[in-house]
Ligand binder design. Structure first.
Ligand SMILES: *Cc1c(COP(=O)(O)O)cnc(C)c1O
Length: 238
């Protein structure tokens, strides 16, 4: 049986090969283990294999696992990323329990997260989700509106705007995957090019999943979100 340790090693191998192919430092791409639908025991195995950053899509499920892992492994410095859609009335548990949020796509959500972030915690680290496919039914801010949203979020006191995130539609091959990731990359470079106050830590491009991490690294991703590659297939739809 392939263990979580083995699968994590395979993903790390894929990442370092992708960095070599792209001429990039392997330390420039972080690995987020996407643990939605998997139990705390699976996460504990990943922690034992050296993984520290976890991504959760469903807020209640994530909050329960944060508590379970804190109880089971009190000394582990784990980092929790919310990567699922956030309804306007569900911001509070995100603000209170997570370290990062990748899915901010409108100012109202950002304002609530900032207002609800407890004062004793560091600022919530935020990526703005961009809809690079242009399908109006998908979440994410339209690319043309992203710079203004980034600037507005940068003004909020209890958030730190860290970069962009996108979840493109499935693309058939490496070139098509790279092309769509490059749209996010260009927007990222464009926003970074304006050295504005509040954007000092705008350094994160959250792109790529199990199926397309090589293309994402080639396009400049600094954080890949990998679920299936580490934990195996999920029963429930993502
Ligand atoms: C589920 C999910 C992932 C991981 O997808 P895999 O194909 O299992 O690697 C990454 N990002 C988001 C936003 C997800 O919802």
């Amino acid at each position: 049986m392939t263990t979580i340790y083995d699968k994590l090693q395979q993903v790390r191998g894929r990442l370092s090969q992708a960095c070599a192919a792209a001429g990039r430092d392997p330390a420039s791409v972080a690995l987020l283990a996407v643990s939605k639908t998997f139990g705390a025991d699976a996460l504990a195995q990943a922690v034992a294999a050296g993984q520290r950053a976890f991504g959760e899509n469903y807020i209640q499920e994530g909050v329960a696992k944060i508590a379970a892992l804190r109880a089971a492994l009190p000394g582990a410095a784990l980092q929790w990323h919310c990567i699922g859609p956030i309804q306007g009335n569900k911001t509070r548990p995100v603000a209170e329990h997570f370290d990062w949020v990748h899915t901010v796509d409108r100012l109202r959500i950002a304002e609530r997260l900032s207002a609800q972030r407890p004062a004793h915690l560091p600022p919530l680290q935020v990526c703005i989700q961009v809809n690079v496919d242009g399908d109006p039914n998908k979440s994410g801010v339209a690319p043309a509106d992203a710079p203004d949203l980034v600037r507005a979020v940068a003004q909020l006191p209890c958030l730190r705007v860290r970069g962009l995130m996108s979840i493109p539609d499935h693309a058939p091959d490496f070139e098509a995957q790279r092309a769509v990731h490059l749209r996010a990359r260009r927007l990222f470079d464009q926003i970074r090019g304006h050295a504005e106050p509040g954007l000092e830590d705008f350094d994160t491009l959250s792109l790529g999943m199990t199926a397309d991490l090589e293309a994402a690294v080639q396009a400049g991703s600094t954080l890949v979100r990998v679920g299936t590659g580490i934990f195996g297939g999920r029963d429930t739809a993502p």
